[in-house]
Write a protein that binds this ligand. Structure first.
Ligand code: F0G
Length: 434
């Protein structure tokens, strides 16, 4: 393969391995066994070593460019993405998120090399933007003018925003009563057709299956393999930030399990191309009330999905029948990662811990720190190791959760008289307590 060109790709079934003629059916499922598909790049197999080395240089050089395809943290890595015409790229500078060392948690846990990769710093406040940029670009290339998704909230916000940028129409199916006000407001503000269904996320996705068969809207959920191509770029960006030295562990929350699959795919591709020498262990954390992967691994070693009726206050990951479970099992097995569950209290505590050192995120994201504590206690993570927690969503996505937590901790004082004596007296009391 010549140095630094975008690559030809094919869609292949993750289960039976059958290569698909085109995008198979509208649900992106295998025409033979109905399992999910993945994007593979056959020409990489014989890529010379210089290819990988040259890529690192090209990607670095693009950081000084102001072209839209270079300011995107997704399309900057386009040699490892499906080929697309420049004019079809739908981008809002997604990716480009900070890697921040944790100080307090590092001290408390005696884990000096602890960092967060904050995906909440994306344009619509979650990691979804990298995936939606990639998949909506494919939708545009294929001539669609309507796109759709089922969502616990973040995907809908992202789909709505990117559709608006692309001058497309978007339809989002949401579980009524289980999407935070902030996420719902985003979808509405960006002009999506918002349908709130009396069911959960899994029920919304089921309905969407039927909708896309009859309605010409392009499906943007993470079972669309192009979503994962966008989301895998966080692995590339992270490795660049760490000077291509892989951390020992990367820990990510799990819901529909697209993100963990994408992240793992990114690391595996970097390893196969020789851009990194070792793989990080990718571990997945679920809420105890929404733990289908944990149960599946524990009870049958990942052979058959155990569905659950999901319930958690971390509404982003309130999912009991994850579409990408098979891909996630492959990632756990091929990177040597594990999966763990954490309680509602453990999530709330971890979120408060992060907040206390100036790092905000939504509850689902805080599950990573809660999970890390357990993995440390179990000896799976060792004190000398380097750990990256992927924070998936912005703190302001779920303000109600925080307000409730602060009220419980009584850290929110009630209204008081607007005179300096009252304020100074109050401050003196606070000061005395410190
Ligand atoms: N964290 C946040 C903040 C999320 O919004 C999601 C998923 C996840 C973690 C889990 O990622 O599904 O790829 O395993 N949110 C989806 C949505 C389901 O509709 O916004 P996953």
């Amino acid at each position: 393969m010549p140095a630094a060109q975008t690559a030809r790709h094919v869609l292949r079934c993750v289960h039976c391995g059958k290569a698909q003629e085109d995008t198979a059916d509208r649900m992106f499922r295998c025409t033979q066994c109905s399992e999910l598909l993945e994007v593979v790049y056959p020409d990489w197999a014989g890529a010379p070593k210089e290819f990988a080395l040259r890529l690192k240089e090209i990607w670095r050089e693009r950081k000084n460019s102001s072209l839209p395809e270079n300011t995107s943290g997704v399309w900057r890595f386009r040699e490892l993405l499906p080929q697309v015409a420049r004019e079809n790229i739908v981008s809002m500078c997604e990716g480009n998120t900070p890697l921040i060392p944790l100080k307090k948690a590092a001290r408390t846990l005696r884990l000096p090399n602890l960092m967060v990769k904050h995906q909440g710093m994306n344009p619509t406040g979650s990691f979804k933007d990298t995936g939606i940029s990639a998949a909506i670009t494919m939708a545009k290339a294929e001539g669609f003018s309507w796109v759709c998704c089922a969502s616990t909230g973040n995907t809908s916000a992202s789909v709505a925003a990117y559709a608006a940028r692309a001058e497309m129409q978007s339809i989002v199916l949401l579980p009524a009563g289980y999407v935070t006000a902030g996420k719902l407001a985003q979808a509405l503000e960006y002009g999506a057709q918002v349908l709130q269904l009396r069911t959960d996320f899994d029920g919304c996705l089921k309905v969407l299956h039927e909708v896309v068969r009859k309605f010409p809207a392009y499906l943007l959920n993470s079972l669309n393999p192009y979503r994962l191509e966008g989301q895998k770029t966080v692995a590339f960006e992270l490795m660049e930030q760490l000077d291509w030295k892989a951390p020992d562990h990367v820990i990510v929350p799990g819901g529909n399990l697209g993100n963990s699959s994408a992240l793992g795919k990114g690391f595996l591709e970097l390893r196969d191309l020789g851009l990194i020498q070792a793989l990080p262990k990718v571990s997945i954390i679920q809420a105890t009330g929404a733990n289908p992967l944990v149960r599946t691994m524990r009870e049958n070693g990942g052979k058959e999905l155990i569905r659950v009726n999901a319930e958690t206050r971390a509404t982003a990951i309130r999912i009991g029948n994850p579409a990408s479970w098979r891909k996630a099992v492959n990632i756990l097995n091929s990177t040597g990662g594990t999966c763990e569950e954490v309680s509602e209290n453990e999530i709330a505590q971890a979120k408060a811990d992060l907040g206390s050192e100036g790092i905000g995120c939504e509850p689902a994201s805080a599950a990573t720190l809660a999970g890390l504590k357990k993995l440390l206690a179990a000896g799976f993570v060792k004190p000398a190791e380097t750990v990256v927690l992927v924070l998936t969503g912005h703190m302001l996505k779920d303000v109600d959760y925080m307000k409730q937590a602060q009220e419980q901790r009584q850290s929110l004082l009630g209204p008081m008289e607007a005179d300096s004596d009252t304020v100074i007296q109050t401050l003196e009391q606070i000061y005395a307590r410190h």
